[in-house]
Design a protein around this ligand. Structure first.
Ligand code: UFG
Length: 324
């Protein structure tokens, strides 16, 4: 049993991890400003409402809880927004993470799990992407996360500090038991937009760009079920607690679907022929991102259970229809 301080634990991905932590008997404290997350989504442990940029509240919460480890999910994650508002992204994602690391040092906490992203790779010319591929992010979101990875490497080399950085590919779907899922009203992620359009909560879906150098001209992504990603965090926790060295792992299944393929599958799963329109490319979108996931499968013994696009969409669809 470990004591885990979870920033952003009331949000989409954080809440799924908190659910698993609770089921495994870990003690959880969620630290979240509730800007996109919700109190209802916290199924285990206590919630302290606070912002990661508010150093005093953050440090006090950590000091009182005395965690063995910090998992950090609180971040801004929308690529096009980051292109328009870079400072917001560097402040929240880069300065926010540094605040947490400083608070950890003051409180003597030496283990950290970081939510990184496939966006740190930019536009690689080789697929699938291995972890040692040079980082060259093409948008402020990716750069705000790559900067934190650099800080983590330096800190781990300088001090008694160990981290795991998980580079998420396209996270989607919802808790198969139906307790939690995406709730952000302005969510922009493709599968969420598909199921919301199928529900009639949105008028139509736009496909951004059909002139990419891919098999059907639309962007290719590696969609991973949120519960498989949550399980990767549990394995990373066990790894660090058993003395594992600092390391970085891709979190994806290793195969890509185009936007068009996802939309077609969503129409099939939902049974709704929702309206779709082609629109120009969206700023900051790389044509293709597919993970090489051998490292996490081998070193952490990660065995995904939900590697099935239809199932990912089905859980998102069931959640979307059920929630008010
Ligand atoms: N897309 C559409 N229409 C929509 C929404 C998305 O065509 O309404 C397209 C996008 O242009 C893109 C693809 O669907 O080509 C996926 O877009 P998402 O917004 O779902 O996700 P992103 O790939 O932009 O970004 C997500 C996360 C990042 C992560 C990245 C890794 O937000 O944190 O996946 O692949 F880095």
């Amino acid at each position: 049993m470990a004591r885990v301080f979870v920033t952003g634990g009331a949000g989409y991905i954080g809440s799924h991890v908190v659910k698993l932590l609770g089921e495994r008997g870990h003690e959880v404290l969620v630290y979240d400003n509730l800007s996109t997350g919700s109190r209802k989504a916290v199924l285990s442990g206590k919630l302290v409402e606070g912002d990661i940029l508010d150093y005093k509240t953050l440090k006090d919460a950590m000091e009182n809880f005395r965690p063995d480890m910090v998992m950090h999910f609180a971040a801004k994650i929308i690529v096009p927004e980051s292109v328009k508002k870079p400072l917001l992204y560097y402040e929240n994602n880069t300065c926010g993470a540094i605040n947490i690391l400083k608070a950890m040092r003051q409180c003597g906490v030496k283990k950290f799990i970081f939510s990184s992203t496939a966006a740190v790779y930019g536009e690689p010319d080789k697929m699938p992407i291995t972890e040692d591929y040079p980082l060259n992010p093409v948008n402020p979101y990716g750069r705000s996360k790559a900067a934190v990875e650099a800080v983590l490497r330096d800190l781990s080399a300088a001090e008694d500090f160990r981290y795991v950085s998980l580079r998420y590919f396209n996270v989607a779907g919802a808790d198969p038991e139906g307790q939690i899922g995406e709730t952000k009203p302005d969510a922009t992620h493709l599968i969420t937009v598909c199921v919301r359009t199928a529900c009639g909560k949105r008028d139509k879906l736009y496909i951004y760009g059909s002139d990419y150098p891919t098999r059907d001209g639309t962007c290719i992504r590696d969609y991973i079920h949120v519960m498989d990603l949550a399980q990767a965090h549990i394995l990373a926790l066990d790894y660090l607690l058993s003395g594992g060295e600092s390391d970085t792992f891709n979190c994806g299944y290793g195969r890509g679907y185009s936007v068009k393929e996802v939309v077609d599958e969503a129409k099939k799963v939902t049974g709704v022929n929702f309206p779709v329109e082609y629109a120009p490319r969206r700023a900051g979108d790389p044509p293709e991102l597919v993970a090489d996931s051998k490292k996490i499968r081998g070193r952490l013994d990660w065995k995904p259970r939900y590697d099935d696009l239809g199932f990912i969409i089905k859980t998102a669809w069931e959640w979307e229809r059920k929630r008010v």
